[in-house]
Each structure stands twice: as structure tokens, then as C-alpha cells.
Design a protein around this ligand. Structure first.
Ligand code: 2AM
Ligand code: CA
Ligand code: CA
Ligand code: CA
Length: 267
């Protein structure tokens, strides 16, 4: 039997330690590199933070597997056993430009089932976490179950670039009417932050066209623990080993967004 309480305590200590290192790094400029193009950044701090976690996990839990954005983990082809899915800095563009609004995200799964989820706001020292089946927390506060809200009163997270063109949906038949009908939109630049904002009710939904497993692995566990729905834009379950489109929302609102908007223009 895995000792999830021990793992949870350990993760929280590592998050604090990694967070302190990142904040200390603000004293010097990070080394900024391009990954696939000049909009897709990585820094030495992303790499050092992922290396920090992979070293700690391999030492403390040698049988566990690791999937990390920056490649310090294992080459995984399945989800057997205990798998840590790690994004050392979610919101690297925010890290580089704003020195805030970026998160460390960790999701821990056992044979593909959710166990522990963490999204840590390093700068404001706010921890969002969940133990599957035992509820979700914002620091010491247990988060209440999400209630339904009418679409007209909803605040949704969406990046405006998806309204100009995207391969999955015809924006003029889907996202444009949605954005017109809701109360307002916000765009934070960190998928993990937008997930936990849905979990706390600060956003009512979040939509994006392409995320990797490390972007959502932690946040998904937290949102689902308060009754939020997490699927792709067709309403199908997410794959933990590949890229997915994403619709996260309160119960009720999730179904309404698909039925009345997204399904009207699927490519
Ligand atoms: P990242 O900062 O860890 O790369 C908004 O940019 C959100 O989309 C962030 O959560 C970001 O995660 C994620 N994202 C995924 N792929 C991206 C890419 N190619 N370029 C920029 N952001 C990306
Ligand atoms: Ca990245
Ligand atoms: Ca990310
Ligand atoms: Ca990242």
C-alpha cells in the first residue's frame, strides 16, 4: 500500500523549497531560450526546477515514474504504476515578462487514476491541492462543491487568439457567440492557474484548444474534486499521455457550453 499521506507531506516541502529557489532567482536574469519558436520559451529556471523534482522523487520513491515538460523525466508509453506529471513552471512567458502568475503544477496518478494534485503559486505562496476522494484545498481552506450558475452570469477564461482562427472549431459559430453571451472573459497565461480559478469559483469555465498533460494533470484533480467537469471541447475524457483541447467548467455550464455553442461548429 502506498503511503499517500507521506507523499503529500513530502510534495508540500519540495514545493516550498523549489518555490524559494525560484523567488531567489529573481535577483539575476534568467537565461531565456526558444523551444519551437520565439513565442515558446524555456529558461534555465524551468529546467533546474524540473531537475530538482526529478532528483528528489527518484531518491525518495525509486519505483515511481515521471513525465515532465522539460525532458528530465522518463520516456513513458503507458500510465502503469505511480506516475508524477510535472510542469516546473506553467506560464513561462509570465515568469519572464511579469515575475508573477506562473505556477508549479504536479499531478500524481496510479494506474491512470487520480491520487494527488498540486498547483503552487510561487510568488504569492498560495497552494491549491487535492487528495482524490478527500476534497480540495486553497491553503488551509477546504473548497466547497461548485454550484451551477447561468451562462449570462459566467466569467470564462479564454485566450483571444482562439477567436481569430483555430483548427478544431469555427470561431464565428462557437466561441464568438459564447464570448458575446457570457458576462466577461479573462486570460491569465497559465493553464494551471485557470484550472484552479475554476475550482475556487473565480472563473466559471476555461476553454483552450491545445494543452499537454503537464499543463492540466494537477489542476484536473483539483477541479474534479469540487465537482467541476474537465473534458476536451467535444465533451470526451482527456488523454493523459498526449495533447488535448480543454473545456473546464462548473456542472451544468459545461453541458450548456457544448450543446449551445461548441457543437455548432466543430471542424
Ligand atoms: P507553459 O508556460 O508551461 O509552456 C498559456 O501560454 C498556457 O499554455 C500556459 O499554461 C503554457 O504552459 C501553455 N502552453 C502550452 N504549449 C505552449 C506553447 N507552445 N507556447 C506557449 N504556451 C504554451
Ligand atoms: Ca512550455
Ligand atoms: Ca505548462
Ligand atoms: Ca512549463
Amino acid at each position: 500500500m502506498e503511503n499517500w499521506t507521506r507523499i503529500d507531506q513530502q510534495v508540500k516541502l519540495w514545493l516550498q523549497e523549489a518555490g524559494n529557489k525560484i523567488v531567489t532567482s529573481f535577483k539575476t536574469s534568467p537565461e531565456i531560450m526558444y523551444k519551437t519558436n520565439p513565442d515558446d520559451l524555456v529558461t534555465n529556471i524551468d529546467q533546474e526546477t524540473e531537475q530538482f523534482f526529478t532528483d528528489k522523487i527518484r531518491e525518495a520513491f525509486p519505483g515511481h515514474h515521471i513525465l515532465g515538460e522539460e525532458g528530465f523525466g522518463d520516456p513513458l508509453t503507458d500510465l502503469e504504476g505511480i506516475v508524477w506529471i510535472i510542469d516546473p513552471i506553467d506560464g513561462t512567458t509570465n515568469f519572464v515578462h511579469q515575475q508573477r502568475n506562473f505556477m508549479i503544477s504536479i499531478g500524481i496518478y496510479e494506474d491512470g487514476s487520480p491520487r494527488l494534485g498540486y498547483v503552487y503559486d510561487v510568488v504569492f505562496k498560495e497552494l491549491y491541492y487535492a487528495k482524490a476522494g478527500e476534497g480540495a484545498y486553497w491553503n488551509d481552506m477546504k473548497l466547497p462543491p461548485l454550484k451551477e450558475v447561468p451562462l449570462e452570469q459566467a466569467l470564462i477564461g479564454i485566450n483571444s487568439t482562439w477567436l481569430t482562427s483555430n483548427r478544431l472549431l469555427e470561431p464565428k459559430d462557437t466561441l464568438v457567440p459564447l464570448v458575446n453571451d457570457v458576462r466577461g472573459t479573462r486570460s491569465y497565461g497559465s493553464a494551471a492557474l485557470e484550472f484552479v480559478f475554476v475550482a475556487t469559483g473565480r472563473l466559471d469555465a476555461y476553454i483552450t484548444m491545445r494543452l499537454s498533460p503537464w499543463d492540466f494533470a494537477g489542476g484536473k484533480i483539483i477541479v474534479e474534486e469540487v465537482g467541476g467537469k474537465v473534458t476536451n471541447v467535444k465533451g470526451e475524457p482527456l488523454h493523459l499521455l498526449g495533447k488535448n483541447s480543454i473545456l473546464v467548467a462548473r456542472p451544468g455550464l459545461h453541458e450548456k457550453i457544448i450543446q449551445d455553442y461548441l457543437s455548432k461548429g466543430m471542424n
